[in-house]
Design a protein around this ligand. Sequence first.
Ligand SMILES: Nc1ncnc2c1ncn2[C@@H]1O[C@H](COP(=O)(O)OP(=O)(O)OP(=O)(O)O)[C@@H](O)[C@H]1O
Ligand SMILES: [Mg+2]
Length: 386
Amino acid sequence: MDNTSPILPGATIGILGSGQLGRMLALAARRMGYRVHVFSPEQDTPAGQVSDREFSAPYDDLDAVRAFAGTVDAITYEFENVPAATAAACAAIRPLRPGVEALQIAQNRLYEKRFFAANGLPITPFAPVSNLAELQQGLATVGCPAILKTATAGYDGKGQQLITQTGQAQASWEAIGHAPAVLEGYVHFAQELSVIAARGVDGQFVPYDLFANTHRRHILDTSQTPAAVPASIAAQAVDYTQVVMEQLDVIGVLCVEFFLTADGRLLLNEIAPRPHNSGHLTVDACLTSQFEQQLRAVCGLPLGDAACLQPAAMANLLGDLWQNGEPDWASVLRLPGIKLHLYGKKEARPGRKMGHLTALADSAAAAAGQVRQARQRLRGKMNPAR
Ligand SMILES: Nc1ncnc2c1ncn2[C@@H]1O[C@H](COP(=O)(O)OP(=O)(O)OP(=O)(O)O)[C@@H](O)[C@H]1O
Ligand SMILES: [Mg+2]
């Protein structure tokens, strides 16, 4: 169902998915006087804890999905792996923004690569893989090193195998459980960058400044803005992002992850049709956070000013930090200029995103130094095991 009239404060926003992205959207929505209902298979979730109602049922329970949709005024998703049928059931009842198409493309790496290629967007060479022979052929065309990635259900580097010699083909194919996959050429990147932008119901397009990102074990580790890249590269990245959002007719927030090669070429890595971990610092550093921007877009309201008030950096807090007990929060809370965000997750598993720190400083590099140092204090001063 589509309807371009604005959905005003007092209305209820529905969120499919209930993790930290939903939590931060719910907080932004509540601040502006909206009510929030979330839907996911879990209970007492990061988003559910700060919402008016938490619906807990499997995503494929379409009766439960429709009952949820009937209680809200507009629906968005915070999690890419919501089944397309679930999203479509919602879209039949209320405006679903972004739509089902953006979700379907983002949840399948092969569709995503074909979409990029069809729109003339630059990417690393790739080959579809549905059996070992195709993997071997793919290695011959893409070359080594290459990364084998499952086409669906991957996140935070899960379902990925680095292949450095053709002899590893069989073991890699086994390691990803013979799942349909994409083989992509390894990119010797100089930097990883992301662009987050919002697009309104009227086509208004508002990008944030670029974020420069570092990863550890394939998981985002730190982000900082503004990124130290030439203005022409930044403009090009924003243009590519606009092409993606227009071609997919996205109403909402979308992130494009890029590689920047040493010789100055931008390559698109992947897209996320929702706020992104690299934009969490917008909550503390920008006039309008990526979550408020998502709310505004989904509600058909004018988009906010995306300007950053100060250079900033963000460091993720993974479950590993809890290895020896609760981290010593006081040690970072006493630092000026550091903000602590925790997502209310009860179980701290290694690699699980539990929260993040943000620092504001005179330069992005200084903010990055501060946020890393602050996190180090949490590491160094853990309480004894409970
Ligand atoms: N082709 C590549 N060449 C070099 N490094 C890569 C390549 N693909 C992925 N990586 C590295 O692994 C990281 C995670 O990869 P990717 O973004 O594809 O994974 P993901 O599991 O979808 O993660 P997320 O959704 O958390 O971003 C990248 O940010 C990059 O650091
Ligand atoms: Mg990624």
